[in-house]
Design a protein around this ligand. Structure first.
Ligand SMILES: Nc1nc2c(ncn2[C@@H]2O[C@H](COP(=O)(O)OP(=O)(O)OP(=O)(O)O)[C@@H](O)[C@H]2O)c(=O)[nH]1
Length: 272
């Protein structure tokens, strides 16, 4: 992991686990048709590198410890591998706290398929009566001269659903890609705080309301939703960590991607 995804992290494995246990979490699912660039964006975000070939059939979840606006977060990224549009969506609909729906600006069909993803997410959100931030991403901005989807079309589709819209490129600058992932975290935080604000507090009869810290009252009585530990109480207990260190790779696709640089170099694939 450390050789490809970042510098080795100080501390041993059990310390890592302990730190992770205390971090607020954010689960981001990347959706979109084959070839839109989900894997390339994921790996760019995690490694700052563009790697041009991936196994399209493997799906996996990556975990990265990030600092967003001076606050740590355990970010999980699910790089999905739907074949040709949304199928068996339950696995990510119930898992994700935010969605990135990706199309390629040089492939109109990939944009059309995005409509279906946005529709499904929108229906799901209504069903669970909770908003999950959605970011519509037009990828491959570097392929401007082959563009088939205008920026206006992308933007108006996102606006129709009230979602955020970006155009990016997995093979151009890292900062723009990172910005998108961090904006997703910011939106999840906002959403969580909104939910906590409207949720009625349980007030134990024998304890005076004002003597309870709000965050404690909420989480102890109503369970901790994915992001509810974003209270200042939690943060102050967390030691500072270096920015954007990937600390865990969970399963097979991750392993295959981890090996990718060696394989791709041997096969002469482009690594920018
Ligand atoms: N020029 C350019 N090529 C890209 C970009 N992002 C991805 N690609 C290429 O597009 C192809 C598909 O990228 P992937 O990241 O595998 O796409 P995916 O959405 O994960 O597709 P599946 O793995 O099939 O689900 C690969 O050849 C990538 O190198 C980009 O921003 N610009």
């Amino acid at each position: 992991m450390s050789s490809m995804f970042g510098k080795p992290r100080a501390g041993n494995a059990s310390n890592d686990r302990n730190t992770q246990n205390h971090l607020p979490e954010c689960n981001i699912a990347l959706l979109g048709c084959r070839g839109a660039g989900k894997s390339a964006l994921t790996v760019k975000f995690l490694t700052k590198r563009f790697i041009s070939e991936y196994d399209p059939n493997l799906e996996d979840i990556y975990t990265s410890e990030e600092i967003v606006d001076q606050q740590p977060v355990l970010l999980r990224v699910m790089d999905t591998a739907d074949q040709d549009g949304p199928v068996n969506c339950e696995r990510y609909l119930h898992w994700a706290s935010a969605f990135m729906v990706v199309y390629s600006i040089e492939n109109k069909r990939s944009f059309d398929i995005c409509h279906r993803y946005l529709e499904i997410i929108s229906l799901h959100t209504k069903g669970v009566q909770q908003d999950h931030p959605v970011l519509l991403l037009g990828n491959k901005l570097d392929m401007e001269r082959y563009r088939q989807v205008s920026k206006a079309d992308g933007s108006s589709l996102a606006t129709k659903y009230g979602y955020m819209f970006y155009e990016v490129s997995a093979c151009l600058d890292f900062e723009s890609v990172r910005q998108v992932f961090h904006d997703a975290v910011r939106e999840v935080r906002r959403e969580t705080e909104r939910n906590l604000a409207v949720r009625p507090l349980f007030i134990a009869e024998e304890k005076p309301y004002l003597s309870l810290p709000i965050a404690t009252a909420v989480s102890s009585k109503h369970g901790i939703p994915t992001f509810s530990t974003l209270s200042t109480v939690s943060y102050k207990e967390i030691p500072p960590v270096a920015q954007a260190k990937v600390i865990t790779v969970k399963s097979s696709r991750a392993q295959s991607k981890r090996k990718a640089p060696t394989l791709t170099l041997l096969k002469g694939f482009k690594i920018f």
